[in-house]
Write a protein that binds this ligand. Structure first.
Ligand code: AVJ
Length: 323
């Protein structure tokens, strides 16, 4: 009997996504060092925990970026083409895009996200609040070459990639993503990208090791999800959250560290852990304005304007796609 069948059958994901999750987890835990992809943090509980993180006093990125978008609203609106389509790569909470939609007059909004249900619920709410806006959600992995809806084909395009989600990518992946976005949006398109900045390491440390332990729960929820959806038997008390700043690579690394020698089983495979052995679950790259500019230029974009908050904690860049 396949003891894992019930877990898979109960999964709340479409089969294809569950299969990708299963394949990635089994392959990534077989690596040395072990790792897991941060893209799997965001099940329902993980999305709620991330929302809680964005409200923590220590987690400055979300409120700082919102402050920049609010304070620079007029400047941003001034460079937007008329009757343009706003294409958002990945769609979480709508707080930031609502700000843009209020200050700039877009003809259409195209949120692109892998989670179709969430996307459609969001689209309905936006249609209610912005009756003149054409909302065309696209269910796709935004890192792939998805197709834009025909309805926006003739409109000027503006990409939107807030939140420093770009920091989750390795530099070569960030380059590949920006090139792909350039190909999808076309020459002359604009793109608004948020990128977290390098800063005092103590500030970074507290942002990813908050006093309430919300980030720890967010990290550990990945194991909860594996247990539920893939029939894993991770003992949650056997792992601790660790976030450290890697100075050489300019990134925060999140890890789940095994407190003891232990063996975990999932999908018919065993994974042995030494005491102190870690699973690397996330990189969150921090950019200098210069390094972000170099990344953009090396990926087919020109930096039109860069905005930061007064304390230079976070940056928002307006990029223009080269011909
Ligand atoms: C959503 C990728 C921008 O890197 O700060 C927050 C995710 N991880 N706390 C980040 C996250 C731990 C977040 N991003």
């Amino acid at each position: 009997m396949n003891v894992h069948a019930p877990a898979l059958a109960n999964a709340h994901l479409p089969d294809q996504q569950t299969t990708a999750f299963a394949q990635d987890v089994v392959a990534d835990l077989a690596q040395h060092p072990k790792r897991l992809s941060p893209k799997y943090f965001y099940d329902a509980t993980g999305s709620d925990l991330f929302e809680a993180i964005t409200r923590l006093p220590e987690y400055y990125p979300t409120r700082t970026e919102l402050g920049i978008l609010r304070d620079r609203g007029e400047e941003i609106a001034a460079i937007m083409p008329e009757h343009a389509a706003l294409i958002e790569f990945g769609a979480g909470a709508t707080t930031k895009v609502r700000l843009l939609l209020q200050t700039c007059k877009f003809a259409a909004y195209v949120p692109v996200d892998i989670s179709g249900d969430f996307l459609n619920a969001q689209a309905d709410a936006l249609r209610r609040d912005f009756p003149d806006l054409a909302v065309h959600p696209v269910t796709a992995d935004f890192t792939t070459q998805f197709k834009l809806p025909d309805a926006v084909r003739e409109m000027p395009k503006v990409g939107f990639f807030p939140g420093s989600t770009i920091g989750n990518f390795e530099p070569h992946e960030a380059c590949r993503f920006l090139r792909s976005a350039r190909d999808i949006l076309g020459a002359g398109a604009l793109m608004i990208v948020g990128a977290d900045l390098e800063k005092d390491e103590r500030i970074l440390h507290h942002a990813y090791n908050d006093a309430e332990g919300v980030t720890a729960r967010f990290n550990l929820n990945l194991l909860v999800r594996i247990n539920r959806e893939l029939g894993g038997n991770f003992d949650l008390s056997g792992f601790i959250h660790r976030a450290i700043y890697n100075r050489e690579h300019h990134r925060i690394e999140m890890h789940l560290v095994s407190r003891k020698p232990q063996t975990v089983r999932l999908l018919g495979t065993s994974f042995a852990f030494r005491a102190g052995e870690s699973i690397h679950t996330e990189n969150s790259y921090k950019y200098s304005i210069e390094r972000f500019g170099a990344l953009a230029r090396g990926s087919g974009w020109k930096v039109r304007t860069t905005w930061t908050d007064a304390a230079k904690m976070f940056s928002v860049h307006a990029l223009v796609a080269e011909g």
